[in-house]
Design a protein around this ligand. Structure first.
Ligand code: GRF
Length: 189
């Protein structure tokens, strides 16, 4: 079995779609969900599907290498960021070259970078009167939202859109696309 570890900080709707998609998959399994927030709803979702889950601290990731050791125990084929808000440290990227991916709720390179997450992204898109937005799935490097792009999909932004309605459109595209792209990255690599 090829193994995925999901890193998520919050609600985890993407994580749940990924868990569901691979639940009965022949070759790929979600081995664990890691979160940096003890009260993140993603942990409840992992529990619902019986997926092992772990909470880690800033020190665990940036100082003591606990996260790196937990990952080494699993030996994942792909690390999937799904609403994970901390920067992935360089050493971790070096350990998993081209094996860490992220999803961003806009058409990178626009509307990315530090502090650009959640409704802040959608608000900026609307404030700039963009006519389209979308999703970007990309490899993770040492900068926020700057790694090589794997896949993008667009949606229209209308004058009636609010950050909430735009987020809804984008989540719908994300939920459909992310599991499939994960599958093709793993099976292709
Ligand atoms: C998604 O929109 C994703 O693009 C971004 O964070 C959001 C996470 O949403 N990186 P959820 O927690 O999966 O519902």
């Amino acid at each position: 079995m090829r193994k995925i570890v999901i890193l998520a900080s919050g609600n985890g709707s993407n994580a749940e779609q990924i868990i569901k998609y691979f639940f009965y998959h022949e070759f790929i399994t979600v081995a664990a969900v890691f979160s940096n927030k003890a009260d993140a709803f993603v942990l409840k979702r992992a529990e619902k599907y019986g997926i092992p889950h772990t909470v880690f601290s800033r020190d665990d990731l940036y100082r003591t290498n606990r996260v790196q050791r937990l990952l080494a125990d699993i030996s994942p084929d792909l690390i999937v960021l799904a609403g994970f808000l901390w920067l992935i440290p360089k050493d971790l990227i070096g350990l998993y070259p081209n094996r860490i991916i992220n999803i961003h709720p806009a058409l990178l390179p626009k509307y990315g970078g530090k502090g650009m997450y959640g409704d802040r992204v959608h608000k900026a898109v609307i404030d700039n009167r963009e006519e389209e937005s979308g999703i970007t799935i990309h490899y993770v490097n040492e900068k926020y939202d700057a790694g090589d792009i794997i896949h993008q999909e667009k949606c229209r932004v209308t004058a009636e859109d609010t950050p909430e309605t735009l987020a809804g459109k984008i989540h719908k595209i994300e939920h459909e696309a992310y599991p499939q792209i994960i599958e093709s990255v793993i099976m292709g690599g």
